[in-house]
Design a protein around this ligand. Structure first.
Ligand code: ADP
Length: 484
């Protein structure tokens, strides 16, 4: 297969879309075409679902250690091919190469971790109400999983879904985002090389996600939808899945508060804010979106953060030393510009950034300068909505009760960050925050052994940990009356 022209992976074979259409994948840093991929429709999705269904009985009945061996093989091959995978990831997504490498390796760890966990899908024996009866509980895979992944982590979102699904004994049809389908196709190549039985993992790329999505929802063979993306599309898919009571896992938007108390290690808080806000150019669902700083340390914190942000280097992710790449596309860029201009109009002050990057290195991509705003008020769009860009509003607060109330004043509930050295405060505040994850003096949350996920409109279900495996398993309860 040539690097620039990919095909669908269905039933262990590489195929063109039934309609013969293809579409281009472009580099958001340069506008250049990186590759073309098939533009699949409902018919291709159906073929992939049927292939996954055909593979289910065989895959789910393999002994756990055999499934684990396949998964470890995939892990090993991803690690061996990290440079190629990272480069393609940067070309399609724009993030700095070092971040891309980190993503590929972190994502691969889910395969490693779930390869171990697949041996621990234990059932239960429950005391029954009579001498002659036994109650046994089995854990069985839900069946064919349709997985839909976003463009902000083109590699790790794929492995984060495939790993627990395969460990549980499920088979998968994956639809990656139209902006970044290449990482998923490279992972499919690796899955083929690792010798997984045909149909266990299938990949369909499309620029018409609605058509493929409708097939996922309406096809009776699909028993679970696992989605990561916007809250809007997540709600649509969850409603659609309800018609056949398909299981759903939803990792949706976030609007993370990042709270710095006066007793915090300010340098650690500044470093945490830079990592949390500017990683992937601010395009992650757990990015610090609202920075709240206690009044007495607000000036000192802002001063140090401005300094740190000015040191960030914006550029093409393939170039050495780049710390912030471009935004994914024009729509993303326009949203960031609108949030900043709305904040300015309502009285926010720009501490640094606040503009498009200009010059020959930037003119063909969607580069926005890392931006900090202060004198921000709660009515601004940037405080009400997820920004998904390299812009952070800084606000001040007086006390715990006030900041907890303001932090919780959103329909989202994914990640929250607090910086404090006081144990009592750590416990009080983290228990009161209405979020699925709270990072205390920390800025990175996605690890294979922990349950990543949100509450409220940020989603349902968890990815990672034994909790993530539960989401791909059903209980079956057997009531057995002994004869004789
Ligand atoms: P974003 O706004 O960040 O691109 P989306 O929720 O639109 O987030 O996209 C996340 C994933 O959902 C992508 O793979 C995209 O193709 C897919 N998607 C978007 N709309 C639909 C839909 N109607 N049905 C199924 N998948 C969809």
């Amino acid at each position: 297969m040539s690097a620039g022209s990919f095909r669908l992976y269905i039933g262990g074979e590489w195929r063109d879309a039934a309609g013969g259409q293809r579409f281009e994948v472009t580099n958001p840093a340069t506008g250049e075409v990186v590759a073309t991929v098939p533009d699949a429709g409902a018919e291709d999705a159906r073929a992939a679902i049927e292939a996954a269904h055909g593979a289910f009985a065989g895959w789910s009945s393999l002994p756990a250690h055999v499934r684990a061996r396949y998964m470890r093989k995939v892990y090993d091959l991803i690690v061996r091919n990290v440079e190629r995978l990272a480069r393609v990831l940067t070309e399609e997504n724009g993030k700095p190469l070092a971040e891309a490498r980190g993503e590929v390796l972190n994502g691969a760890e889910y395969l490693n971790w779930y390869a171990e966990e697949t041996r621990r899908v234990y059932g239960e024996v429950i005391p029954s109400s009579s001498r002659r009866t036994r109650i046994w509980v089995l854990r069985q895979p839900v069946g064919v999983v349709a997985a839909i992944t976003p463009w902000n982590f083109p590699s790790s979102m794929v492995t984060r879904k495939i790993a627990p699904a395969l460990a549980a004994g499920c088979t998968v049809v994956l639809k990656p985002a139209e902006q970044t389908p290449l990482s998923a196709l490279l992972i499919a190549e690796i899955i083929q090389e690792a010798g997984l039985p045909p149909g266990v993992v299938n990949v369909v790329t499309t620029r018409d996600p609605a058509a493929v999505g409708r097939e996922f929802l309406s096809n009776q063979l699909v028993r679970k939808i696992s989605f990561t993306g916007s809250t809007e599309v997540g709600k649509y898919l969850a409603q659609g899945a309800a018609a056949q009571m398909k299981r759903v896992s939803m990792e949706l938007g976030g609007h993370a508060p990042f709270i710095v108390f006066e007793d915090a290690d300010l340098d650690a808080a500044v470093q945490g804010a830079v990592i949390s806000k500017f990683r992937n150019a601010g395009q992650t669902c757990i990015c610090a979106n609202r920075i709240y700083v206690q009044e007495s340390v607000a000036d000192a914190f802002a001063e140090r953060l401005v300094e740190a942000v000015r040191r960030l280097r914006v550029g093409n992710g393939l170039e050495d030393g780049t710390s912030v790449g471009p935004l994914i596309d024009e729509a993303a860029f326009i949203k960031v510009e609108e949030h900043v201009s709305d904040a300015r109009r309502r009285g926010a002050r720009v501490l640094t950034g606040g503009h498009r990057m200009s010059g020959p290195a930037f003119d063909r991509g969607f580069f926005y300068a890392p931006t900090l705003l202060d004198q921000v008020s709660d009515d601004m769009r940037i405080v009400r909505e997820e920004t998904f860009g390299p812009v952070a509003p800084i606000m001040t607060f007086r006390n715990e009760d006030e900041v907890i109330r303001r932090a919780n004043d959103t329909n989202y509930g994914l990640a929250a960050y607090i910086f404090t050295r006081n144990l009592g405060r750590t416990v009080r505040v983290s228990e009161a925050l209405e979020y699925g994850m709270v990072a205390v003096n920390d800025s990175l949350l996605a690890v294979p052994q922990a349950p990543f996920g949100g509450i409220k409109e940020s989603g349902v279900g968890r990815e990672g940990g034994r909790h993530g495996l539960d989401d791909y398993l059903e209980y079956k309860y057997l009531s057995v009356v002994l004869d004789g």
